[in-house]
Design a protein around this ligand. Structure first.
Ligand SMILES: Nc1ncnc2c1ncn2[C@@H]1O[C@H](COP(=O)(O)OP(=O)(O)OP(=O)(O)O)[C@@H](O)[C@H]1O
Ligand SMILES: [Mg+2]
Length: 252
């Protein structure tokens, strides 16, 4: 085993560690890239009461590997902001740079391509295709992106969320926690660089919630996937490295 003197790499860290620890240290501490940059985002919509500004002049940035939570009362704009950050929706003004692409300048097809390759989503209400088995649900994004070995990759993803015995079940034959695990397997199967989760435990009981939270945190920890998590659970938010709070569309 090769021993490396880390002091030559970073003045902050001195000592001698193994080469594998060195690789991990380099990955985690030195190579941090800006993965998401939101500048002066505003979202206006038409409502029966007239024009409404539901996101107001939001600025934030997220680095690779970060674990970020977004909190705020119901109606404060969390889902709207998450959808804009993920390229699912466009702001009225402002810019979003996601994984180095200025997604606010791209058309829907170009944004879909970035989402398909590098972005995962998990929703509160699971959003599984009801007529597809767990396996087919997880295979879907691979098939859409034209990736080889879709079945074995989907089986591996289901195994990693502990659902190897539920592969051929349909969504109606799964519990809430199991459905969310299928949704996480589907979100992770492309090994995205960033995962957006909108109240992923909102429809689950306490036990399933903590299993799903552990799973999401382990995805962030082991795969170093950047995680942006909308939650009402302040205890959960506080476990994140960064907490953004929204109130009436504005970041506090
Ligand atoms: N297309 C739309 N047209 C009009 N109003 C909208 C539209 N989309 C969202 N809103 C309003 O914008 C506000 C923010 O909605 P959003 O769904 O982002 O809130 P949220 O913080 O995710 O709330 P919750 O915690 O209840 O999910 C709400 O008051 C909502 O009614
Ligand atoms: Mg919401």
């Amino acid at each position: 085993m090769v021993l490396v003197d880390v002091s030559i790499v970073s003045a902050e860290f001195t000592g001698t560690i193994t080469d594998s620890k060195m690789a991990e240290f380099t990955k985690r501490q030195i190579v941090k890239e800006l993965i998401l940059e939101v500048k002066n985002i505003t979202k206006e919509v038409n409502s029966p009461e007239g024009a409404l500004t539901i996101v107001k002049d939001v600025n934030l940035s997220i680095e690779s590997g970060e674990l970020v939570s977004l909190v705020g009362p119901s109606g404060s704009g969390k889902t709207t902001l998450l959808a804009i950050m993920a390229g699912l929706d466009l702001p009225s003004t402002g810019s979003v740079s996601l994984l180095g692409s200025e997604i606010t300048l791209l058309d829907e097809d170009q944004r879909a391509q970035i989402r398909g390759l590098d972005v995962g989503f998990v929703f509160q209400s699971f959003h599984l295709m009801p007529k597809l088995s767990a396996l087919d649900n997880v295979m879907l994004p691979l098939e859409i992106s034209g990736i080889d070995d879709a079945q074995s990759k989907a089986e591996e993803a289901l195994l990693s969320v502990g659902l190897e015995k539920r592969v051929h079940h349909f969504p109606t034959q799964l519990s809430g926690g199991e459905k969310q695990r299928v949704a996480i397997a589907r979100a992770m199967v492309n090994k995205p660089k960033i995962l957006f989760a909108d109240e992923p435990t909102g429809n689950l009981d306490t036990k399933s919630s903590s299993a799903i939270t552990d799973l999401l945190f382990s995805v962030n920890d082991l795969l170093e996937t950047t995680l942006v998590l909308v939650t009402h659970d302040l205890a959960l938010a506080e476990k994140c490295s960064k907490v953004y709070e929204l109130s009436e569309g504005e970041l506090l």
